[in-house]
Design a protein around this ligand. Structure first.
Ligand SMILES: *[C@@H]1O[C@H](CO)[C@@H](O)[C@H](O)[C@H]1NC(C)=O
Ligand SMILES: [Ca+2]
Ligand SMILES: [Ca+2]
Ligand SMILES: [Ca+2]
Ligand SMILES: [Ca+2]
Length: 646
């Protein structure tokens, strides 16, 4: 028997051996605790042990509260609703033909991607489910589904006679799906990242054909407009994310693809798109993208793109300054970029400390693979700092993670995390709560479309007293195969939010001050109808340090360098305006190819940035590219096919 003295001795020995090698992530407090056992215990009806993939957060039963729609692959789709009485999640898509949610189960579909948005302008979100039955790429043996609540229950619009005749149903193997209001009408199109096989299965874009529809009679005609919109490209489609990425308010689309360069589709303002990935430096042609999301990590008002590459370097593409040229540079640290079998990527402020975290969901594949969590903190005059955090129980090293989503389903102002599993092993869903930051303030903002639906793709900016503006895009599809909650979630730490602005995809916007009583609440923001004629607010709009109100009542960066007397001291007279601040440096002249360093004390070589790997000479997808040829050229693919990695 081991005595307690021996035990203590062994403890000391263990600590001596292991403490010095503990990483910072292991030393920090664990972020997540598992609550599956109380919130969603595995059982046949609510949390079956089956293969699941994508997750979308939407109000399925139209009661104003958000549910989580889980794409079931070899079992039914699930709709998880928070039951306030019993403080747990229940599946409302029950196996009962009389249930209004029965059709959503769609037991026959091998569902992987899911997204929700209002496609017909009735104020309620439809649900699009991408099925891949029997196919890795090209043609599938089963149609996708577009569920609408009609006649007291959910029905599949793609199965309507009119749409059967129009042959619009997507019967291709694809991956992610996302919602895009390409013309700012409040009626969304579904972007479908199909996985091409040769010249079969280009990316698709399905939307309501208004001229051919008769809403008063419940007739909704659908069209695939990918061709006219300019997005019908052939590639190995994987992750998709939508939002005003390079446009100020129009919805752009970014796709991280497999066996081909990424797409960055710039919205031209007329419902068409132009791929500017190469100019922007985000083609990353040799890597195979998976989960992707948008966030403004350095709080300069420009959206940055973060995504994972399958067993390749993960990217954190910061959008650079100049307003005309849209360039990105990868600031991922060595640890952050470390290759892993990555699936969903989520950026959110989990601990409400007003800095964003990035969650990587990795799939246990040929051995264990833990999920990881990083904090990306803004720095005043430099790129954001990246530190790994302790992900806690959400590490799930043996989890066959396939998808994940965040929402605050119990309404405590802190985000909850759902992780789905599948692919190579049937595992139940898991639910995590955040342990950290319970005393931090928060604000949740829900903008609505002109029809009253969730305004996916809208941009929400919250100005604060001390930490500047924080920008979020209402998610229309992100992660991998997933769609997050349609809420702009702001952690505030100990800071105070003073003002909120919302920009809709058609360019309409509103600005309004926030009152102290609105902190720690959920704010619904309606679409401006135009006749309310911006009433003078009772409290004045405060933009915070470095920002001032412009003539339109919006907060904008102040150019301190134009002030008199100069804001810079005489020994460092050269003023450079930055977003929310300014820099001063000595008046040093440098020869060509060199530039003064930050404080102007020396000349340093001009820094050229590289937004990823050089793209020249790389094989491109085209309608004519021959898939069998590509197959033989790309040895990696056969192993993908064998493992069936969706
Ligand atoms: C099925 O649903 C209907 C209507 O909600 C209900 O009346 C009925 O009892 C349910 N059947 C079963 C077997 O639960
Ligand atoms: Ca609901
Ligand atoms: Ca609708
Ligand atoms: Ca940014
Ligand atoms: Ca945080």
């Amino acid at each position: 028997m081991i005595t307690s003295a021996t035990q203590q001795g062994m403890m000391v020995l263990w600590m001596c051996v292991f403490l010095p090698v503990l990483s910072a992530s292991q030393r920090s407090e664990p972020m997540f605790s598992v609550v599956t056992g109380t919130m969603l215990p595995p059982d046949y009806d609510n949390n079956p042990t089956q293969l699941n993939y994508g997750v979308a957060v939407t109000d399925v039963d139209d009661d104003g509260e958000l549910e989580m729609f889980v794409a079931g692959y070899n079992g039914p789709n699930l709709v998880l609703k928070y039951d306030k009485q019993n403080k747990r999640l229940v599946n409302i898509a029950v196996d009962n033909r009389s249930s209004p949610f029965y059709a959503l189960r769609d037991r026959q579909g091998n569902a992987i991607g899911v997204t929700a948005c209002d496609i017909d302008g009735d104020g309620r979100e439809e649900i699009y489910v991408l099925n891949t039955n029997n196919a890795f790429s090209g043609r599938a043996t089963y149609s996708d589904k577009l569920f609408k609540f009609r006649n007291g229950r959910f029905e599949d619009l793609l199965n309507d006679d009119i749409n059967e005749h129009r042959d619009v149903a997507n019967r291709m193997a694809g991956r992610s799906v996302a919602c895009v209001d390409r013309k700012g009408t409040g009626r969304y199109a579904i972007y479908i990242a199909n996985y091409a096989s040769g010249n079969v299965a280009p990316h698709a874009l399905i939307e309501m054909d208004e001229a051919a529809s008769d809403l008063s009679k419940g007739v909704i005609a659908l069209s695939n407009v990918a061709d006219q919109a300019g997005v019908n490209k052939f590639t190995g489609g994987r992750g998709v994310v939508v939002g005003p990425i390079i446009n100020q308010y129009l919805s752009d689309v970014f796709c991280d693809n497999e066996y081909g360069p990424n797409f960055l589709f710039k919205n031209n303002g007329d419902g068409t798109f132009t791929d500017v990935a190469q100019q922007a430096g985000v083609e990353d042609p040799m890597q195979h993208g998976r989960g992707v999301t948008l966030a403004d990590f350095n709080r300069d008002g420009k959206m940055d793109i973060v995504y994972g590459n399958w067993n390749g370097p993960h990217r954190l593409y910061l959008q650079l300054g100049s307003s005309r040229k849209h360039r990105f540079k990868d600031i991922a640290s060595q640890k952050f970029s470390m290759p892993s079998p990555v699936r969903t990527v989520i950026a959110a402020d989990f601990d409400n400390d007003n800095e964003l975290e990035v969650f990587f969901n990795n799939i246990a594949y040929r051995g264990s693979s833990s999920n990881r969590l990083f904090r990306v903190s803004r720095r005043e005059h430099g790129d954001p700092q990246i530190e790994e955090l302790n992900v806690g129980e959400a590490a799930e090293p043996e989890g066959r993670g396939t998808g994940a989503a965040v929402t605050d389903f119990d309404g405590d102002g802190r985000l909850d995390l759902l992780v789905s599993h599948g692919e190579s092993a049937a595992q139940p869903l898991s639910i995590y709560k955040v342990n950290q930051g319970s005393r931090n303030s928060w604000l949740r903002v829900i903008p609505r479309t002109q029809f009253g639906a969730y305004a996916r793709g809208a941009k929400v900016v919250v100005y604060t007293k001390r930490s500047g503006p924080h920008t979020r895009v209402i998610d229309g599809g992100s992660g991998y195969l997933c769609e997050m909650e349609p809420v702009a979630h702001f952690g505030l730490g100990k800071d105070t939010a003073t003002n909120v602005e919302v920009y809709w995809p058609d360019g309409k916007s509103i600005a309004r001050p926030l009152e102290a009583s609105e902190i720690n609440t959920v704010l619904e923001i309606l679409y401006p109808t135009g006749d309310e004629e911006e009433e003078t607010p009772e409290i004045e709009i405060e933009c915070g340090n470095g920002f001032a109100l412009n003539e339109n009542g919006r907060c904008t960066d102040e150019d301190e360098c134009t002030q008199f007397p100069s804001v810079c001291p005489t020994d460092r007279p050269v003023c450079t305006n930055t977003y929310g601040s300014y820099k001063c440096r000595a008046n040093k002249r440098c020869s060509q190819g060199f530039e003064p360093n930050d404080d102007g004390s020396a000349c340093v070589a001009q820094v050229a940035y590289f937004g990823g790997t050089q793209s020249s000479g790389v094989r491109r997808w085209s309608g004519l590219s021959l898939w069998p040829l590509s197959l033989s050229l790309l040895p990696g693919l056969s192993s993908h096919l064998q493992t069936g990695l969706l």
